[in-house]
Design a protein around this ligand. Sequence first.
Ligand SMILES: [Zn+2]
Length: 155
Amino acid sequence: MATDQAQQSQDCVICAKHRGEGPLKGELVGRRDEFWVYHAPPRDDGLAPLGELIIESDRHAPYLSDLTDAEAAALGQLRSRLAEALRDELGVELVFAAAIGRSVPHFHEFLFPRHPGVPPEIPWHKSDDAGPHGDADTVSDLVRRLRNRLPGMGS
Ligand SMILES: [Zn+2]
């Protein structure tokens, strides 16, 4: 079992990201309670959907159902505090959360804000496409401001 876990971690792109390796990118907001928080990476045009965050378990836990009770409790608090920070920094009313994991079996959850001015006919899961996108400097500035609102968010 320990060997299986080590092999799965070795082959996993999210575990690689935490080691600073592999294809996945994104600016690190910080770490708290066995979770890593990143801003979404830039897309092909070099711009990232502003305020989209990804929460990833430190441990190679494949899916939402694999988190321990302690991890689930910590995740709930972290998610709500991140949503609060996004709301206050970006002036958004809604922050959506989605744990999907169809392509990478390592727990990760997307938080994405519904920015003001997004037309009501845009479905919730297209909110990130329809909202503002930022360049690297804009994302770094937002990440710094989010960190300031999240005591205990180390990196
Ligand atoms: Zn992993």
